[in-house]
Design a protein around this ligand. Structure first.
Ligand SMILES: [Zn+2]
Length: 258
């Protein structure tokens, strides 16, 4: 399976629209726009089979009408919970979407960013929308802090080798915050030295791996002993939810100052 990320809403939200393709077939995850997707599909003589939606914020769905017009046979999958009218086939946790003979994606409930956010994964790839970002995580815009914490713990249980695809390019800012909260994390120090991806180019392949996120993304590490100590100094109690909540609030403050 080939996977590329097309930049979308480049001057504002810095989204990625992920396109999966093999042979003459393609699938699209979270199209917030349609023009560049249609161009890419036509240039590569690809037929759009389905659109997969992690949650229904406009920057993830506004491209659907244009895509549907260009490819009327396309099926639109998305969360079954509080199902948005634009979603044709509602998905529950454990549902499997077979893309090819050898590549299916399974649905995971990952509420927190929104109350009905879902992710798609298999043993090779994770599409987690706005739940986790490279070195960061999404904001609480509808789900509860308990749900968000459990969603991250769920994603942390996936294998290290899984490739990581999220919906926004916020790496640079996220790494600044990560280094602020975990200055002594050696894996993070190494990651910060890597050249940043030159967004808005087309991103070929994954943004990172789950191993890299587990080692350097503070939102996957809130119960790491050193980070936990620091969060408890910031008022957290020794529970996953409280540690995550304190870290998320700290990041919100950091973003306001930036
Ligand atoms: Zn969102």
């Amino acid at each position: 399976m080939n996977i590329v990320g097309l930049p979308s809403l480049i001057d504002t939200y810095e989204n990625y629209i992920w396109i999966l393709y093999e042979g003459d077939k393609a699938w699209v995850v979270d199209p917030g726009e349609s023009t560049q997707v249609i161009d890419f599909l036509n240039q590569n003589k690809l037929n759009l089979q389905a659109i997969l939606i992690t949650h229904t914020h406009f920057d993830h769905i506004d491209g659907i009408p244009g895509l549907k017009e260009a490819f009327p046979e396309t099926v639109i999958y998305g969360p079954a919970k509080n199902q948005h009218h634009i979603i044709q086939t509602g998905l529950f946790e454990g549902d499997v979407i077979p893309l090819t003979m050898n590549f299916s994606l399974t649905v995971l409930d990952t509420p927190g960013h929104t109350a009905n956010h879902i992710s798609f994964y298999n043993d090779q790839a994770l599409f987690c929308g706005d739940t986790l970002f490279t070195a960061g995580c999404g904001r609480l815009l509808g789900g509860t802090v308990e749900e968000f914490t459990q969603s991250i713990i769920k994603l942390r249980d996936l294998p290290d080798s899984v490739s990581f695809y999220c919906a926004h390019e916020y790496t640079e800012d996220n790494l600044k915050f990560a280094l602020l909260v975990e200055p002594d994390n050696e894996a993070l120090q190494q990651r910060v030295k890597q050249p940043l991806f030159k967004y808005p180019q087309i991103h070929k392949g994954p943004l990172s791996t789950l191993l890299e996120e587990k080692n350097t993304n503070p939102f996957m590490r809130f119960d790491d002993l050193t980070l936990k100590g620091k969060l408890m100094e910031h008022g957290a109690s020794d529970s996953p939810t409280s540690l995550f909540k304190t870290l998320r609030e700290w990041k919100d403050q950091f973003d306001q100052q930036a």
